[in-house]
Design a protein around this ligand. Structure first.
Ligand code: ATP
Ligand code: ZN
Length: 291
């Protein structure tokens, strides 16, 4: 097309800032220009197409944008609707929320079967319909555009299927969550058709960098000294670490330095366990980039 790659991102809303942060963390400098619809990336042939999140799977499916950042909930709902389907490339680790079945707190829920014959209000009719089908339940889906949580009070439905992160909105409306229909987070999607070879290089680089950013998020570099004999014990304590790097300490026959990348959170409890196992001089460092 224009020789520039297009990435569709949410213009404003819960994913907007996080999407820009991800791009910046991947070393792509976003130029917030006067053009509200398109932002340019300063140091790569990339434009950001800023749109409503509901339009992102449509644009990427149709090839108007080459890549897109959107909630899995929106993607899955779209997949039920249109022929041109974008491809889901990777989870991005932010925008986490669940699509849940909720009902008045006194509802007696004993699994999806309890929904048989009920009216359920939702803005996700396709995802809900798939969930009901998978569970062999027949119920009436009341499709709404928003404010689903008021449906039970208005006697429009006995239950709802809606996005929940903290549960505060449900509680404020006298509802409680009873089941999870979909666990969602922001995902990277790709157009189903191939891009020009020059732009494919840009796509590959974006994917590699995004993978690096998501992999290093929360990861820590842990260093310590310990007697060689307790090495197996220490390796077992380190959360989400592969095989650590072990180097002899100068002037000591039995003590070694242990370095490891931990993929999961390292808590104070972990450090106490390491110390109890014989480790000393324990350091935990943040990781900025990983490839
Ligand atoms: P738009 O104007 O782009 O259509 P919107 O109002 O549909 O925006 P937002 O409320 O900004 O959407 O939410 C965007 C996405 O953020 C959701 O589709 C979902 O993937 C994610 N998200 C994360 N936490 C929550 C939450 N607590 N409630 C709703 N969405 C959440
Ligand atoms: Zn939307």
């Amino acid at each position: 097309m224009s020789g520039r790659l297009r990435i569709a991102v949410q213009k404003s809303g819960r994913l907007a800032d996080k999407s820009l942060e991800l791009l910046e963390a991947a070393g792509l400098r976003v130029l917030k220009g006067a053009n509200e619809l398109l932002y340019r990336i300063e140091n790569a042939p990339i434009d950001l197409l800023r749109v409503r999140d509901d339009d992102i799977p449509v644009f990427v499916g149709d090839g108007v944008a080459d890549l897109g950042i959107v909630g899995l909930n929106v993607l899955e709902e779209h997949m039920g609707e249109r022929a041109a389907k974008p491809e889901q490339v990777m989870n991005l680790g932010f925008g986490k929320c669940d699509l849940k079945i909720a009902a008045p707190t006194n509802f007696e829920y004993r699994g999806p079967r309890s929904l048989q014959g009920l009216r359920i209000a939702t803005t996700y009719p396709h995802v809900l319909s798939r969930f009901l089908k998978e569970n062999g339940v027949s119920a009436e889906i009341v499709s709404m555009r928003g404010a689903v949580e008021v449906a039970p009070r208005l006697k429009l439905a006995q239950a709802i299927c809606d996005l929940v992160s903290t549960g505060a909105t449900l509680e404020a409306n006298g509802l409680a969550p009873f089941d999870t229909v979909l666990r969602s987070e922001a995902v990277l999607i790709r157009a189903p058709r191939a891009v020009e070879p020059e732009l494919q290089k840009v796509v590959d680089s974006v994917l590699l960098r995004f993978r690096g950013v998501t992999a290093s998020r929360g990861a820590k570099y842990v260093m310590m000294n310990a007697p060689r004999a307790v090495l197996p014990e220490i390796t077992a304590i380190l959360p989400g670490a592969g095989s650590p790097t072990v180097t002899p300490l100068a002037g000591s026959d039995d003590k070694v330095a242990i370095h490891a990348v931990c993929q999961e959170s390292v808590f104070w409890e972990t450090l106490e366990q390491l110390k109890a196992a014989g480790a000393s001089a324990i350091l935990v460092l943040p990781i900025e980039k990983m490839m």
